[in-house]
Design a protein around this ligand. Structure first.
Ligand SMILES: Nc1c(NC[C@H](O)[C@H](O)[C@H](O)CO)[nH]c(=O)[nH]c1=O
Ligand SMILES: CC(=O)[C@@H](O)COP(=O)(O)O
Length: 161
């Protein structure tokens, strides 16, 4: 289902585990920070709405989405139950978009395979700035909210597995 048919901010609160004892690390890319700040706010407030305590949310910034890989790897080493990697990659004139998107995707996948702490992929990969705005608190909701819910669910799965 395409995002345009699903609001990213909508979720059934009754299905979300109690997250009051969980601790989360959020790594935020500074590229397109008008977008990444919106994603962060969506994630932060969704965590609070589901019982996470403010002092149990750690935030680090990195220069760009490619650096999310290293930042998330180091965040996994902190005492957190899950990590959220937040970025916004927007198509430019060259193929650099393809390499950044593929690199970040594979890098974050590897962190989930090789280590125990789940890393949630909250990286928008858009053709235009408007598409990114629409998905970071705009008409299609906020992917940061979606990522926070995924982080809570994966932290619960890790605890029970
Ligand atoms: N063009 C975008 C980038 N490019 C920068 C890379 O992510 C990286 O920081 C650089 O190649 C140095 O290693 N990053 C984004 O997050 N979004 C973009 O649109
Ligand atoms: C994703 C990028 O690195 C891209 O936005 C950079 O723009 P350009 O391809 O025009 O150099």
């Amino acid at each position: 289902m395409a995002t345009e048919n699903k609001n990213l901010s909508e979720y059934d609160k009754a299905t979300i585990p109690n997250a009051s004892k969980f601790r989360f690390g959020i790594v935020v890319s500074e590229w397109n920070d008008n977008v990444t700040e919106g994603l962060y706010q969506g994630a932060y407030h969704a965590l609070l709405e589901n019982g996470v305590l403010p002092h149990n949310i750690i935030r680090w910034n990195v220069p760009g989405s490619f650096e999310l890989i290293y930042g998330a790897k180091k965040m996994q080493e902190q005492m957190v139950n899950a990590v959220i990697a937040i970025g916004s990659v927007i198509q430019g004139e060259t193929k650099h978009f393809d390499f950044v998107c593929e690199g970040v995707t594979q890098g974050i996948k590897d962190l989930n395979v090789r280590r125990e702490t789940p890393v949630i992929f909250c990286v928008l990969t858009d053709n235009t700035m408007q598409q990114a705005i629409d998905r970071s608190g705009g008409k299609h909701g906020n992917k940061g909210t979606e990522a926070a819910i995924a982080a809570i669910k994966m932290a619960e799965l890790r605890k029970n597995s």
